[in-house]
Design a binder for this molecule. Sequence first.
Ligand code: TPP
Ligand code: MG
Length: 895
Amino acid sequence: MADNSSVAKIPGIDPQEMQEWFESFDAVLKEEGPEAATLLLDRLRERALTLGVGPAFTANTPYVNTISVERQGIFPGDQEIERRIKSLIRWNALAMVVRANRVDHSIGGHISTYASAATLFEVGFNHFFRGRTEEFEGDTVYLQGHASPGVYARAFLEGRLSAKKLENFRRELRPDGGLSSYPHPWLMPDFWEYPTVSMGLSPLMAIYQARFNRYLEYRGIKPKTNAKVWAFLGDGETDEPESLGAITLASRENLDNLIFVINCNLQRLDGPVRGNGKIVQELEAAFRGAGWNVIKVLWGSDWDPLFEQDVDGLLAKRLGEMVDGESQKLVVESGAYVRQNVFGTDPRLLKMVENVPDEALRTLRQGGHDPRKVYAAYKAAVEHTGSPTVILARTIKGYGLGESGEGRNITHQQKKLNEDELREFRSRFGIPINDDQLADTPFYRPPEESREIQYLRSRRKELGGYVPTRKVRSKPLVADHDALFREFLTGSEGREVSTTMAFVGMLRQMLRDPEIGKLVVPIVPDEARTFGMESLFRQVGIYSSRGQLYEPVDQHTLLYYKEAKDGQILEEGITEAGSMTSFIAAGTAYAAHGINTIPFFIYYSMFGLQRISDFIWAAADMRCRGFMLGGTAGRTTLAGEGLQHQDGNSHILALPIPTMWAYDPAFAYEIAVIIQDGIRRMYKDGENIFYYITVMNEAYAMPPMPSDPGVKDGILKGMYKYRASENKKSKLRAQIFGSGAILREVLKAQEILGEKYGVAADVWSVTSYKALYYDGINTERWNLLHPTEKPRAPYISQILSDAPGVIVAATDYLKALPNLVSKWIPRHMATLGTDGFGRSDGREALRNFFEVDSRFITLATLYELLQDGKIEAAVVEQAIKDLGIDTEKANPLTA
Ligand SMILES: Cc1ncc(C[n+]2csc(CCOP(=O)(O)OP(=O)(O)O)c2C)c(N)n1
Ligand SMILES: [Mg+2]
């Protein structure tokens, strides 16, 4: 209890009076308990506010542990054995990196991240993370990517990874395989579930994963469980805007199934995260402000006796004053330095530590290295209800590396330790390796029957198996949907519809289907009306964990804004990144939950691959399935929107993603064929691919699918002949390729060429240059590796082998797109595309501006015929005049 001498003086208030105030409060606390005391403070604060006085808002609490010693509870594990296990993991993780770096200096890995995270991970592995079993879905754990050596080292002790594998850490291409540098499900599909190494992605993914888990429960697709989503982040990582970008969604949705653990070692790669500030306090304010439950784990048990003496908050205040740069310095300094610089500012503080020797002061532990503190925080987090929890745990970067890295600015990239340093580490963590073995830095696994291995195994058994483990748990769909898509193959009978409308029609059908209806997950970032999807609001509802607490303004209308607890549409609001992470959660549920949800994520195409490509890359890494639909696609179809919205880029940006199939269809039947086949490939045959389909908003009559039996196959392979010229006699021949929005310009050009210039042109619909390109490079590769065999021809070469005449390709995307395949076609190809910045204007003006309309296609064809010696230059010159082409017009690439 406070006495007079320790009460900070408040000018104008008699110390005696102050003392009485404290005593009254203490009495309430003692007699009525903490809840009553809190209410009392609340009342006083309210009263102060009504009287016009009130404290300035502060989102922070003092710089001490949120969970007091009294509320800490008992640590249920065997602390000694857990420490030994953790030490062995530390050693093996270090050995992996040091050994890899010895073999090849350019290779190594990271030691210091895991060194700081070891306790945070181990308490989770020994007590919290539940495996996925038949009975229970298991917890979802995103582990800091740079800490992967520690995760591998644990799996080695668990007997899941051999020493050989560890030996080949970061050398995956060794004959007997290796381990990927970071968590990559693509590379280790039985092990890693979540790629976390592009920093900032996993926090957002975790939030939307936790939300998606709830969605599945509210919709009755999976049972309600208490499974948790854990995300381990670096403190530096929180500077990525994606990291904190959706934290209010998590609290708004009351995601108490979500726990963030932020490893606050105060350092990032180059130096301190906030040398001149306090990252923990900054994060606390942000998360508390957003409505999260914040648990600070700053100080280890060694500090408990000091805080016990700190009745007047002097020590807490002093610790709260020090900037992080100063705190980091304490890690590398002596005990005497700590005494002088932390406690030396006030004689009362110095008195607290007068009996504590320097060495004890030097090694005072951080909260994140104390299993008891970490356990208490995790327990409180899993038991907390109503909001997500973030644990801010203070640790030391490079913990245990001593002078070779502990707390040093160089530590992030430390990969080499000399023998002395290895000896020190070995001795500090009690690893049974002799001095003469140190130079070799061998891995060490105690015998199977040792207490360590037995303990570790029994803990994992109790918790339902090993984490991380990735396993495909879903059963294949039947995926026979001929009837569902049939109506889209027969055309719109003259009715003008856009491909977007056609797609929405298919979506509506799919939602009604007995097999896939429930599994479809429509995802929109506040763009449903743009795509004419508002009819779905009423049909399947918009998911809202709260239902609908208000009467919507448009309730009297047929298509009112219907929110429901079991709503099916994920209406994400304006966040393409958030929507994408919902897509990832839905597109990987076949593995995580054993549920074949089929996401259809439709968005403004310019804000997809261009804006959130790294998430799409992560989706591919995760073997994600589903359909992304780039709406209002094309550079010249979106009239009036201009430079920012008109997308002529995304099909080029889709090229690098190996598992993404990208299609630019022009007609409803093409989309129907692609989606039906996609569902079969992904959900029946289990292929780990996903789709990108661009859809447009230009309305026209949808033709029926041509009856040629090869059309379906051609659509899927990327190209088929849509309309051959009827003129079989002309000597002037051409093959013209069109796609998506520009296909109809090509058809118009076909007519002009025939009627005005006697050119017989065949029109091809190129649905996917990417598919043609992949087929081309695959075929070339096969030929290269099989020189004695008959060379194979790429698909595009085969279908064009006896196609006569000149070749022209026109696209609403960059010219580079058709040019991808130009080397596999029999003759030179002229390319028309939309390189350059867009403009706001109508379609006709835009297609003139970008030189992709029927006139330019006609001109390009005639010019190719001129090059081929089939017509005179004067004919082309005259055509320019007749077509009304301005030869001095602005160059769209530079204008
Ligand atoms: C998007 C992204 N940018 C940069 C990097 C490179 N990088 C890897 S680790 C690291 C520092 C990490 O610091 P922090 O998040 O504090 O984690 P710690 O290692 O300190 O636990 C950086 C810059 C990355 N992996 N991803
Ligand atoms: Mg850090």
